[in-house]
Every structure is written in C-alpha cells, then in structure tokens.
Design a protein around this ligand. Structure first.
Ligand code: SAH
Ligand code: SF4
Length: 354
C-alpha cells in the first residue's frame, strides 16, 4: 500500500499530528487562532514532561482552546507489534497507521540508552548489501512517526533514552524536512531534551543535502557511509556513487567539517573480499589523510536474501591496524543484536514478506 494514511478534522481538512509539531510551529498555530504563543510551551509540557495526551485534563488551558486543539490535531501513534531482545538490545517492529512497518532498535550502553530510528518505509538508494534498499521506498515517515518510535520505546521500557542515531530503515537526507522537525522536537528542552551532540544522522552521501545540513548549523554528529576507498568498488555496492563520486563526497565532507567544526564519522561496512583487503585499508588511509574524522568499521550483518558475507574477525582487526598505523582514528563497532536481526531493515522485511 503506498497511500499515506491521513486524519481529517470535522471540516474535512487534513489534520496534523501533534507529535510532529515543533515548538515554533505550534507557537505559529496558537497565534493563528488568536492565542498567546506560550500555549505551545504548555502543550509541550503536557505531552513530553507529563506524558499526558488527554487534552481534557490539560488544566492550565481553557476549555474552548482545548476543544480547538482536539479539532485541529490528531494524537494517533503507531503501534508496537513485535519485539525481539537479547542482553544488550531490544528491537521493536512498529505498525504505522496505514499498515506499513518500520523498526527501531534500543541499545543499552554504559553511558545510557540509545535508540536507532527509521526515517522512511524502505529506501530508494538501493545499496547492494542492504535489506532496506532491497525492498525499495514506499514512503517517507512523517516527523511524528519518527518521534513516536522514541516515545513508545520509552513508555515500553520505562527508561529514558539519552541518545539517538538515525540509522534505521531509510535515507534520512532523502526525507529532509521531516527529519529536521524530528531533530528539533527531540532536542527541544521542553520536548524530549536529547542533547544535540547525542543525535547522530547517518547518510549514504547525498551531497546537496549535506550542504543544506551544513547551512543549518546544527551541532549533531554526521556519519557518512563510505564503505569503499575508490569509485570502482563503491559503484558496485552503492548506486548513489554514480551520482556523487568519492572525490566529490570527500570534498563535501571537508567543507562540512570546516564549516561546522565538527568531527565526522566515516562508516565502513566490512564485506568479505569486496572492500576488506590491506590494499583497501591503505587506499582509505590515504583518502582520509589529515581530515578531522574517525572511521567506524562495521561487521556486516548477513541476511538470507543477499549474497554478501561478513569479513573474518582477523581481517577486520588487520584492516583496523593498517588504518591506525597510517594515522587514522578507528574503532570496530560492537556487533549489536546480530542474533536478533538487528541490521537495517531485517525485521521489517521478515514481516513484509511473510
Ligand atoms: N541510509 C543511511 C542510514 C541508514 S543505514 C545510510 O546508509 O547511512 C545505516 C548503516 O547501516 C549504513 O552505514 C549502512 O551501510 C549500514 N548497513 C546496512 N545494511 C547493513 C548490514 N546488513 N550489516 C551492517 N551494516 C549495514
Ligand atoms: Fe538505504 Fe542506507 Fe540501506 Fe543504502 S544502506 S539502501 S542508503 S538504508
């Protein structure tokens, strides 16, 4: 189904979902109905501090305004329909109002709980190794559908989420406006109050959107999925490289670093005999030389449908060593949840293809 589910108010107008409203947008709304803009602050306190969506109980807002709010906004949320868990991870499958599915993963770290959220239903970037890309994009998620993933997980586990990575299903920069609203809502001190430096956005490298992001002067962490040291390999595994080649992408990352003064993460998924040789490591070190980056080597999560294999552990360690010896900051990502189909899109694809 590719029709987005919409709520209509009594006048047949499309209703916005309240959880997709940033505070400035809500302030504009209150001004438009002749109310003071600080009402937006009160609504945020009810929704995110008191976790109370029963509008009739919002005692500091008069009845007439409460009735208007009920007419103008939907409060509907996706539903958690499935969970998988192991010691350090819990994975949630959400059914959206139009019966599409997305997933999010909760990870327990020493420093707190983080959630990896989805930004689209499927993905059109078509990376050869990725389950989300295999199923193609059905639609973008609305801001409230991304916010809801965190709200529902917090409610389910009764614990606070202190950091967020936008690394689930979808290419966040292909859903720019909704993702920006999402970031503003979760970062708002009266929203979910998640520190801006605790929010990471991962992109396959859509250069014009990286520039747009750069101009917004947000202090989020940017992660770029590079996955190859040259165009020959990258063209084979990431279609996006045919439009935005490695040299242009590296220039865009350099410009981003210079403009924002922030270190960028380079993601590199280790695929057996594709991009994991010592020669690749040397070429990568040369490519990234002198940049304010660090490399995150990702052990590949094999899927049933895709032929790629994960690199052997000793190969990953050697690759890591070569980068280090050549002056590159590098870490190997902990294999979170490979047993519970935690890689991008795997739980959803199981559900969709049942
Ligand atoms: N679309 C964005 C964000 C979502 S994918 C992007 O591509 O960056 C998040 C990360 O997971 C990307 O680095 C992606 O390459 C990686 N990934 C996808 N499938 C994977 C798999 N099966 N195993 C390990 N990493 C995977
Ligand atoms: Fe999309 Fe990211 Fe998967 Fe590529 S790796 S298909 S960009 S979700």
């Amino acid at each position: 189904m590719d029709v987005c589910f919409l709520w209509y108010n009594v006048f047949g107008e499309i209703m916005q979902n309240i959880y997709g409203m940033t505070r400035p947008k809500l302030e504009e709304y209150f001004l438009s109905i002749g109310e003071k803009k600080f009402k937006a602050l009160q609504v945020f306190e009810w929704l995110y501090e008191h976790k109370n969506a029963q509008v009739d109980s919002w005692s500091n807002i008069k009845k007439e305004v409460r009735d208007q709010i009920k007419k103008d906004f939907s409060f509907a949320m996706p539903k958690i329909v499935k969970q998988e868990r192991d010691t350090l991870t819990r994975k949630f499958l959400f059914m959206l109002e139009d019966e599409n599915y997305v997933e999010a993963v909760l990870m327990y770290h020493d420093y707190g709980n983080s959630v990896c959220v989805s930004s689209q239903v499927g993905c059109n970037m078509g990376c050869a190794f990725c389950e989300s890309g295999r199923l193609k994009k059905v639609r973008d998620l609305k801001a409230y559908e991304i916010v809801s993933q965190i709200l529902l997980i917090e409610e389910e586990v009764q614990e606070r989420i202190s950091s967020v990575v936008i690394m689930g299903i979808g290419e966040p920069l292909d859903n720019f406006l909704n993702v920006m609203d999402f970031i503003h809502i979760i970062n708002d001190a009266k929203g979910l109050a998640i520190g801006i430096r605790h929010i990471t956005l991962s992109t396959s490298g859509i250069i014009p959107k990286i520039k747009e992001l750069q101009n917004m002067d947000l202090q989020i962490n940017l992660a770029v999925s590079l996955h190859a040291p040259n165009d020959e390999i990258r063209n084979k595994i990431m279609k996006v490289n045919k439009v935005y080649s490695i040299s242009k992408l590296i220039d865009a990352i350099k410009e981003y670093i210079q403009h924002t003064n922030r270190r960028v993460t380079i993601e590199y998924v280790m695929l057996k005999e594709i991009n994991d040789s010592e020669a690749c490591a040397l070429e990568l070190a040369k490519l990234l030389h002198g940049m304010n980056i660090y490399v995150n080597l990702i052990p590949y999560n094999e899927t049933n449908h895709i032929e790629f294999k994960k690199s052997e552990e000793k190969v990953i360690k050697k690759f890591c060593e070569v980068l280090k010896q050549n002056g590159i900051n590098v870490t190997i990502r902990k294999e979170f949840g490979s047993k519970i189909s935690a890689a991008c899109g795997q739980l959803r694809s199981k559900e969709v293809e049942r």
